[in-house]
Design a binder for this molecule. Sequence first.
Ligand code: NAD
Length: 429
Amino acid sequence: MADDPFENMLAQMDRAEEYADVDHGVFERLKSPERTLKVTLPVELESGEVEVFEGYRCQFDSSRGPFKGGVRFHPSVTQREVEALAGWMTWKTALVDLPYGGAKGGVICEPKDLTERDLERLTRRYTEGIRRMIGPEIDVPAPDMNTNPQTMAWMMDTYSMYEGYSVPQVVTGKPLEIGGTPGRVEATGRGVSLVTERLFEYLDRDLSDASIAIQGFGNVGSNAARLLDEAGANVVATSDVTGAAYDPDGLDVAALGAHVDAGGLIEEYVAGEYRGSASGSTWDDPDQITNAELLTLDVDVLIPAAVEGVITADNVDDLRASAVVEAANGPTTVAADKALTERDIQVVPDILANAGGVIVSYLEWVQNAQEFSWPLETVNAELERRIGSAFDKTVEQYDTKELPDLRTAAYTLALERTAKAHEYRGLFP
Ligand code: NAD
């Protein structure tokens, strides 16, 4: 069960239903998506070969507003995974109170084996495939794993070509030059850092010098590391697919960031093969440990910021962190989650911890609709206000209803808000 993300999501909902004030009929409806489109995508590759890809767009629930959710390019994409991720987007947008529903898209492919031209053709063909179900007021895609601002630019251009005029607000996460917003790239990492700070305030603990291990040093992990380092915390370990760098006295986060930005790998950094300005680092060389070892380090906070299903029944008893902030989507299996609750380890759930990305996507969409752009300070202030308020409401729900954990509190709030929208709108016809 734990390996199926959809079952994982249903189990999280079931756990919250007990405490949520939600009509059972509405709850049953919320266990399945509104619709999922499967598209077959023949693409002529640069090699001259025609390869047929398969893609999906799932629209989970639109009771609170237009659908919103990323597009993922990955070999392990499945319909079930896309549907689970669309469900999580529904709970996330409801929890942080954005006027959106939840959606997700995916294409089964290995981006590493495709050229830039292949990726452009695949993106355009996929956009054509789903174009009848997206639109600024209908469904607004964004980047996810292996997609980026360039992917969004191709999607926006393809959609706009069919419409006959530029429609920037059909996607978010665009480059600045075509309607993107300042602050979007680092938004998720900034949100992770902000909720970690709030968690420490709530627990009445001092973040300065708190030790932090971050699995994954990509977009989310590296920005969270930089901002937490700036906030005074001590980032002692981080990783990529090649393994983890660990120094109990703290890592030189700026040098590591410069190395990775220049295309470097963690194992090279540990071996002293610095790229970019990292060569100027005067810090001690860290030790190389495995990703599995990183997860069980004796730290104040563990931040999984890489892939799904890394905290499982097999390793949960070895975890020594006193808090977990879930930057990745679905990093904890249901069985492991129960064990963390029993061990009194506070977990800030993914739908809250990584909501900074969708919050700033919403701010991009609002600016596009207004045909007006905001400065970075305004975007960051609005992000902080919204994610801070969602954190406070989750904690209030947890305390006043005496719920077992913060995840149940977050789901209870999200389910109640979505069910309320269904109740007001009524049942068509
Ligand atoms: P990314 O591709 O930029 O970075 C992923 C990092 O994880 C890289 O350092 C990579 O080497 C590492 N990694 C990949 N597979 C690994 C493995 N098996 N073991 C250890 N490390 C591994 O991705 P990202 O945008 O930083 O996203 C990370 C997570 O955050 C994902 O779960 C994603 O769904 C979630 N998330 C991202 C955003 C966003 O705005 N980017 C928003 C919400 C949630």
